[in-house]
Design a protein around this ligand. Structure first.
Ligand code: PLI
Length: 460
């Protein structure tokens, strides 16, 4: 990757959307009304929105033009065939089911394959995937390598699966209880960290030996492929298309939230080469999503997805994209803020256990930091810690906490400039200066599944 100072953004700006910073008094009021949960803040009250990189991309002129080419037929829209052809070419999967977004694809896959008592193994399942597995009576099992949990350890592929633990699980539970292995590329929950080709190949070899299927959660497949090109021996001279194709060749299929690496604002898909699985999943797809060739999307959305999938594998785009994430990371390191290193593909993750060592997870320290960041500069980030991944034990009522306590600054694709990143870095530096006065939060409302979206808090 070239140094960021050596080049400029590989696009020019044709349309702009004004943003404004509400006053400090207004930000205080907004946060109080939102129950100290940034998901409840109207986006008009946010200055720089780093809540998610999902569905927030700026589409290209080519994608916008594609919207006008929408064929809104209920069955057999030409845009579906364009999407199918693109997925066949890039992923090598013959059968494609569009879905309204990633979780729609997860729902049809888990409804088809997971039964009560099953264990779905993976590096780290995303929260919606975990939710779907649990709702079908299964247990999501995270087997990421030890370094994946160590925020300060530098390892090029912190999304890798620990193959010893994988084998241990297979020996203990047997293939009958393991419907599939789910490799999330990149691994969102621990920092957008990539999975190496060697690890994908090895996991796939073990899975095939034991007759277990492998799927990718392919939301950020192109960012993963870029890291393989940058960091793994033997891939420097391959194109992103070639690397992606090889990655997918080790899997039986994938789910994908197109809201990330298909550069669209809505959409998802399920794809496989297994005709029988496609038919079974398709039946659920029709019930939950829509007919096989639209899956809850308009024809124009399918067209934007097909075009976005081709754009995202452009290496110059990926260099700029991942370069911007690294840029924000380096600014935070300069300010002495502990982050997951090396930075991953779609955001910078602050390690709150190191940032606020005086606060236990029981007071939701990462939640407190995102509130402070909003108060400081109208920047919206997301909590990936005790609120998002912790839960209340149904039997004992006790809180179960995740290993990591993170604040994620997710960067939308092609949306903000490096000057926006500078504002974010300065804001976090200001929060850091008064961090000893941060006391944490009390959880006053939680829903039974995916509680962080609707939870309400009070400051302690
Ligand atoms: O938000 P969906 O339903 O399109 O996709 C769900 C989903 C699945 N897998 C992974 C790795 C994700 O990151 C993911 C959604 N991520 C969100 C919304 C995020 O903010 O990271």
């Amino acid at each position: 990757m070239r140094a960021r100072s050596e080049y400029a953004e590989p696009y020019r700006i044709k349309v702009v959307e004004p943003i404004r910073l509400p006053s400090r008094a207004r930000r205080e009021e907004v946060l109080r009304e939102a129950g100290y949960n940034v998901f409840n803040i109207p986006s008009q009250e946010v200055y720089i929105d780093l809540l998610t990189d999902s569905g927030t991309s700026a589409m290209s002129d080519n994608q916008w033009a594609g919207l006008m080419m929408g064929d809104e037929a209920y069955a057999g829209s030409r845009n579906f065939f364009h999407l199918q052809e693109t997925v066949r070419e890039l992923f090598g999967f013959r059968y494609v089911l569009p879905t309204h977004q990633g979780r729609g694809a997860e729902n049809i896959l888990t409804t088809t394959l997971v039964k009560p008592g099953d264990r779905v193994l993976g590096n780290m399942h995303f929260d919606t995937t975990e939710g779907h597995i649990r709702l079908k009576g299964g247990e999501p099992v995270n087997l990421v390598i030890r370094e994946g949990y160590e925020t300060a350890t530098r390892h090029p592929f912190k999304g890798n699966i620990d193959t010893e633990r994988l084998l241990g699980e297979i020996r203990r539970y047997g293939r009958e209880r393991i419907p599939f292995i789910n490799i999330t590329v990149t691994c969102n929950s621990n920092g957008g960290q990539p999975v190496s080709m060697a690890n994908i190949r090895e996991v796939s070899r073990i899975a095939r030996e034991h007759g277990i299927r492998v799927f990718f959660d392919a939301a950020r497949f192109a960012e993963n492929a870029y890291f393989i090109k940058e960091r793994e021996e033997g891939y420097a001279h391959k194109t992103i298309a070639e690397i992606s194709r090889e990655m997918f060749s080790y899997a039986d299929g994938c789910t994908m939230s197109a809201k990330k690496d298909a550069l669209v604002n809505i959409g998802g898909l399920f794809a496989t080469n297994d005709e029988d699985l496609y038919r079974k999943a398709g039946q659920w797809g029709i019930v939950y999503e829509g007919f096989l060739t639209y899956g809850g999307l308009a024809g124009r959305d399918l067209e934007a997805m097909a075009r976005g999938l081709r754009e995202v594998i452009d290496e110059t785009y990926l260099e700029d994209r991942i370069g911007q994430v690294a840029y924000l990371g380096s600014r935070l390191i300069e300010e002495g803020i502990p982050i997951i290193e090396p930075t991953g593909g779609h955001g910078v993750y602050v390690d709150v256990k190191r940032f606020l060592p005086h606060l236990p997870q029981s007071v939701f320290p990462a939640q407190a930091v995102i509130c402070e960041l909003y108060l400081e500069a109208g920047v919206r980030a997301v909590e990936l810690g005790a609120a998002a991944f912790g839960r209340t034990d149904e039997k004992t009522g006790e809180q179960i906490f995740p290993k990591l306590e993170l604040v994620r600054l997710a960067i939308p694709r092609r949306v903000y400039t490096d000057r926006h990143m500078d504002v974010v870095a300065r804001a976090l530096a200001a929060v850091a200066k008064r961090k000893d006065r941060i006391r944490g939060m009390k959880l006053v409302y939680e829903a039974p599944v995916l509680r962080h979206f609707t939870a309400r808090f009070e400051p302690l």
